[in-house]
Structures are given as C-alpha cells and as structure tokens.
Design a binder for this molecule. Structure first.
Ligand SMILES: Nc1ncnc2c1ncn2[C@@H]1O[C@H](COP(=O)(O)OP(=O)(O)OP(=O)(O)O)[C@@H](O)[C@H]1O
Length: 316
C-alpha cells in the first residue's frame, strides 16, 4: 500500500512565555510535538487521539505546512518535495472562514478563485460530495453547525485532494451532525480513495470511522494501531497466568474443545471463550496438573481503552 505521509522525528518546540530571542537565552521550551514517527497509508482514515494539549493540532499544522518543524523530516506521497505535494492535500485546521451573507456555492466560488483552482465543476462536485447540493441560495448564516462543518469540508475538497487533514471536524455537533460527517468521510474514502487524517474529541465516533489510530500524549505518538488490533485489544477474554502454558493450551483444546486462545509472553494465555466461567476453566486446568496463578475476565469498551491509553481523566 503506497505511503501518503511518513514523519521522521518530527518535533515542534515552542519558546517558553517571555522568551526574548535577541537575548539568546538558552531555554528548554515546550515540546508540543516530540519526535513523532507517524505513517499514513493510502486509503487510511487515521484517527488522531489525545487529551487537550497533547499536540494534535500542532502536529497537523506541521504536516499541512502551516508552521515549520523545529526538528525532523517528513515525506508526502513518498516524496520530499513537500510544497509540490501539498497541492494534493486539503485541510481544515482552524474554523473555515465562511461568509454568512453568501450561499454555499458563492462561498465556494470565492474560495475557488482565491486558490486559483480552474476546474469548472469543482464547486458543484465539492457540494455534492458533502450532500449540500440542494441548499440553493440559502445564506450560510442560516445553516446549522453541521451544515457549516460540511461546507468547511467542501472547501477543503475544492482542489480534489488525495489527502484530507481535518482537525476536530465534528466539534460541537449533535449526534445527527456527527453521523452526517461520518457518512461524508466514509464515502470519500471508499468511493474516491481519499486518505484522511482526523482528530476528534468524540472517541466513540472516531472508533466507528477510523481504520487506524494514533495516540498522542505530551507531544509524543505513544502508539499506532489499526482497527483489527483495536478490536483484539478490547475483546473480552479470560486472562490467565499458568506455570506450563504449552500444556495448558493443549488442555484447552482437548478438554474445552476450543482453539480460540493465544499465548502471550510471561506464561500468559488469553482465552476468548468461557469468559464468564473462570471457576470451571480453573478447575479443569488444575485437575490436569496446571498451576493457575491468576485467572481474570478482562476486556473493555473501546472508549475506555482510548481513555486509558491517553492517560488522565480528561476527555481528548
Ligand atoms: N503557538 C503556540 N505557542 C506556544 N505554545 C503553543 C502554541 N500552540 C500550541 N501550544 C502549546 O502546545 C501544546 C500542544 O497544543 P495543541 O493545540 O497542539 O494540542 P491539542 O492536542 O491539539 O489540544 P486540543 O485538543 O486542546 O486542541 C499545548 O501545551 C499548547 O499550549
């Protein structure tokens, strides 16, 4: 699968408050983005997750070329010619500038001219992609927040980008508005092959939309995994520590009649069946010469998993 974005040790250090560059005072500064190595492949919907201040927006701004990194490099579309390939990228990082007294098509038309996009169908195509073709002459100031967010995405789509960078596109939306944005992004990904990098506070929503995930904590990308990994990590199972894992595995197959387990390091086995029958499993293994040091049903919902990875109690 071709790589759309790869960062190598991407770092942004902001000077501390009160820092006066002319004094050349040596200072630590704030590592908003700290040696991030991130990979996004073609067709991914990459969900970026982290608490407030974790560095998501700063990372997106670096990727979009809105500020230079302090350190580190990146490739876009497997190339180091970033300026050239940023033309294939569309982004909403700050609230898109919309003219309230103008209709959706007029807003897009103004933006199209500003960007120098020549395609005569760009405005109509973008409106259609976000389901706003029928708003006609309605002024944007009368739009719902969800419609405005969709219009923002339409703006980012004007240049027919292959890669969309969206910082909190569902911010402030009700469940219906969120579902609409999800439908738009899923369609763009599946039907047009657009690759998406998206951050969101709404973890449950992101878990339904994204195909892979990156967790940021204190500027660092502490974990990257795909949807399949996430489902495995959150799957309910009986986690047990035994003295002889290979023999225990054989007994699980012969006595319990299942091969739905895996063996982890440190004599740990995860059994994905019999999750609510830990006493029974314990007895069966014990009676056949296995010392079960611990046996616990584990598993959590996806949102709780994200929260535990992000650290702390605050929401993303
Ligand atoms: N221009 C700036 N100057 C100084 N510090 C900044 C600047 N922009 C961001 N920061 C700091 O960098 C850190 C990361 O901020 P950033 O906005 O990237 O986080 P975030 O994960 O997007 O948070 P949120 O979810 O609240 O938007 C924060 O501590 C923030 O205060």
């Amino acid at each position: 699968m071709p790589t759309i974005l790869k960062t190598h040790n991407l770092t942004k250090i902001f000077p501390p408050a009160g820092f006066a560059p002319h004094k050349k005072r040596k200072s630590e500064g704030r590592h908003a983005v700290d040696h991030v190595n991130m990979t996004i492949r073609k067709g991914d919907i990459y969900g970026l997750i982290g608490r407030n201040g974790a560095g998501k927006t700063t990372l997106m701004r670096l990727i979009a070329g809105l500020m230079p990194p302090t350190e580190g490099t990146m490739t876009l579309f497997d190339s180091t010619e970033l300026e050239q390939h940023r033309r294939r990228t569309g982004c909403i990082i700050e609230a898109p500038g919309l003219y309230g007294n103008m209709s959706a098509p007029d807003n897009l038309e103004a933006h199209r001219r500003l960007l120098g996009i020549t395609s005569s169908t760009a405005v109509a195509d973008s409106l259609e992609a976000v389901g706003l073709s029928s708003t006609d002459r309605k002024k944007v100031k009368h739009f719902s927040l969800g419609m405005r967010q969709r219009l923002g995405i339409a703006m980012a789509l004007l240049g027919s980008p292959d890669f969309l960078i969206l910082d909190e596109p569902t911010n402030g939306l009700d469940p219906r508005g969120i579902a609409e944005i999800r439908a738009v992004l899923t369609q763009l990904s599946q039907e047009q092959g657009v690759t998406v990098l998206i951050s969101s506070h709404i973890l449950g929503e992101l878990s339904k939309l994204a195909t892979c995930f990156g967790i940021m904590r204190e500027g660092m990308l502490i974990d990257e995994f795909n949807r399949e990994d996430l489902e495995t990590r959150c799957q309910r199972c009986l986690k047990m520590v035994v003295d002889q894992p290979k023999k225990a595995a054989m007994l699980i197959e012969t006595l319990l009649g299942t091969d739905n387990y895996d063996i982890l390091p440190e004599n740990t086995i995860r059994l994905f069946d019999y999750v609510d029958q830990s006493g029974f499993v314990n007895r069966e293994l014990n009676q056949n010469g296995i010392l079960v040091e611990s046996i616990t049903p584990v598993g959590q919902d996806i949102e709780a998993y994200f929260m535990s990875k992000m650290g702390g109690e605050d929401r993303a």
